[in-house]
Design a protein around this ligand. Structure first.
Ligand SMILES: *[C@@H]1O[C@H](CO)[C@@H](O)[C@H](O)[C@H]1NC(C)=O
Ligand SMILES: *[C@@H]1O[C@H](CO)[C@@H](O)[C@H](O)[C@H]1NC(C)=O
Ligand SMILES: *[C@@H]1O[C@H](CO)[C@@H](O)[C@H](O)[C@H]1NC(C)=O
Ligand SMILES: [Zn+2]
Length: 506
């Protein structure tokens, strides 16, 4: 125990030190540092839009191997840009993929890059992807998807928001510091892939292989591959996982005529419909025992967070064309999109689906459904729970047909600690650029990369989106607004600075 006098002295010293640190931080923030950078970004904005136009013009659609050449071309262009910023590049080979016809096709590589390193600075690793979803004018685009077109302040083009715009914004943030001969306050690494829209094949293995090398000195990982939920900037701290199921019911050896066999056999389709109907009730509640019990309880802090989120329910209703939701309040709706599991039935293979009224009894049908995963669900437990439950429901039907339940995909949810220093830096950077506090949001969909990075590297991860709520990622007329693109570039530049201001471990 210290003597009281000494104790109060050290308290005073501590207070003094804290106030000095606070003073220093505030002079730097309001001082010269970021303003010239923001000015540079504003001045260069037409140039930045032009570069995005060049990137969007490369149709780097990763969905089919036929266009992987374009993906590689896009990766080459990206690597060239990083080289111009002084980065060291490695094209990491991630092997081949076996196609459904048995053919082995070499996968596009993954870019691992690093700018000049200073051991005194923290290291930020930026993840992004430069492949895109397929797009054709005939799909209903107003403009050519691969010709970036500006209309009313919006930049339309495939990849503008997902994810070429954000990747370029990171590169331009680096460029801005360099152009003004300002030292970048953090060390920067890039991991840029070209297969994200097709399942990031090979990336998990690469992450594991490079955990002790490329990732070993990384302090923070940032992902900007999602969008806000309103006009307000947001930080994303969680994504749901997904378990995808096939439930197969096999009856006779061949399809049958309902006029001949109808009424005398157990029909596979009838069994399947009963099975699918047993999964979820009309209120959206999952009926498989054990699922709801596993869900982490809503904390008071979390509940408060939901109340503060800017989300216009009426506009959301109108935009989505939904006349009535399962829940009435903004909070309930967002919670059920983000932090509770949901079960959706996607389709039936083997069903007679052509137009017309053929009276067939299909011999074998495969129902497809998925359950979005949230903490503390465990996909391998979910697989057991669903299989056991469907077997029970099926057994009660006394059907002689064959049931098979499989789960080919089991992706875990990701959730970050919102008190993590990276979120502090993100919040401050948003405040500096946009003058508001960001909303803390989640993604109802699955972005497996965050969970994979978390599981393998154990590093701090944040999602720092710059895309607007109505960017239409994956759909027709994808866009990013010029304002989001340019302000987003500033946000990234400010984020470098704010990360360097966090108490460091060195
Ligand atoms: C990409 O760059 C590599 C060399 O770095 C080259 O061999 C290859 O031909 C380039 N591919 C395309 C499609 O531009
Ligand atoms: C990856 O490396 C980190 C140290 O940087 C270590 O803590 C972690 O356990 C490693 N992960 C695996 C899967 O080996
Ligand atoms: C979250 O992060 C804060 C700050 O680093 C830490 O104090 C806290 O223990 C963390 N919480 C959990 C659940 O890990
Ligand atoms: Zn994306």
């Amino acid at each position: 125990m210290q003597k009281p006098t000494r104790n109060s002295w050290s308290k005073t010293m501590a207070k003094l030190l804290i106030s000095i640190v606070v003073m220093q931080i505030s002079t730097e923030v309001s001082g010269s540092g970021l303003d010239p950078i923001f000015k540079y970004i504003d001045e260069q904005q037409n140039e930045f839009v032009q570069r995005l136009k060049e990137w969007v013009a490369i149709p780097s659609d990763s969905s089919e191997p036929q266009t992987w050449d374009e993906v590689v071309r896009m990766l080459n262009v990206t690597a060239d840009k990083i080289k111009m910023l002084g980065g060291n590049i490695e094209f990491a080979d991630v092997g081949s993929q076996k196609m459904s016809n048995g053919q082995l096709v070499h996968l596009p590589p993954v870019i691992l890059a690093e700018l000049k390193k200073d051991p005194k600075k923290p290291t930020l690793c930026i993840y992004g992807h430069v492949d895109v979803q397929s797009a054709k004018k005939e799909d209903g685009w107003t403009t050519d998807p691969y010709t970036l077109t500006e209309i009313n302040g919006n930049l339309y083009g495939r990849g503008a928001s997902d994810n070429k715009g954000p990747v370029l914004a990171w590169l331009h943030a680096v460029e801005a510091y360099q152009a003004l001969k300002q030292e970048i306050p953090v060390n920067i690494k890039f991991i840029i892939e070209g297969m994200e829209e097709a399942g990031s094949n090979g990336l998990d293995t690469l992450t594991e292989q490079r955990n002790m090398t490329f990732f070993s000195d990384v302090d923070y990982i940032v992902i900007s591959d999602n969008i806000w939920i309103s006009k307000k900037p947001a930080l994303t701290y969680a994504t749901r996982g997904n378990c995808f199921f096939f439930v197969e019911v096999e009856g006779q050896k061949q399809d049958m005529h309902s006029g001949v066999f109808g009424g005398s056999i157990h029909e596979a389709m009838t069994d399947l419909i009963a099975l699918l109907d047993s999964l979820v009730d009309s209120r959206g509640r999952i009926l498989v025992p054990g699922i709801n019990e596993a869900v982490a309880p809503l904390t008071e802090e979390e509940e408060k967070r939901y109340q503060g989120i800017e989300f216009d329910l009426e506009a959301h209703k109108k935009d989505s064309g939904v006349t009535k939701f399962l829940y009435d309040t903004k909070e309930e709706i967002l919670q059920h999109r983000w932090r509770y599991p949901s079960l959706s039935i996607h389709g039936i293979e083997g069903a007679f689906s052509a137009p017309g009224s053929k009276t067939v009894i299909p011999r074998k049908v495969i129902g497809k459904f998925s359950i979005r995963q949230v903490p503390n669900m465990d996909p391998s437990e979910v697989e057991k729970q669903v299989t056991k439950y469907l077997q029970k429901v099926f057994a009660e039907r006394n059907s002689p047909n064959q049931l098979k339940v499989t789960m080919p995909i089991g992706a875990k949810p990701w959730v970050a600690n919102v008190s993590d220093p990276q979120f502090v830096a993100g919040r401050r950077a948003v405040k500096t650029v946009f003058g508001v506090d960001p909303d803390l949001i989640c993604e109802g969909s699955t972005i497996p990369i965050a969970r994979n990075f978390q599981d393998v590297t154990g590093k701090s991860i944040i999602m720092l989106p710059i895309g607007g709520a109505d960017d239409g990622e994956h759909s027709q007329n994808e866009k990013m607004s010029r304002s989001n693109y340019i302000q987003g570039t500033k946000l990234f530049a400010a984020f470098f600075y704010e990360l360097s201001q966090l108490p460091q471990k060195y």
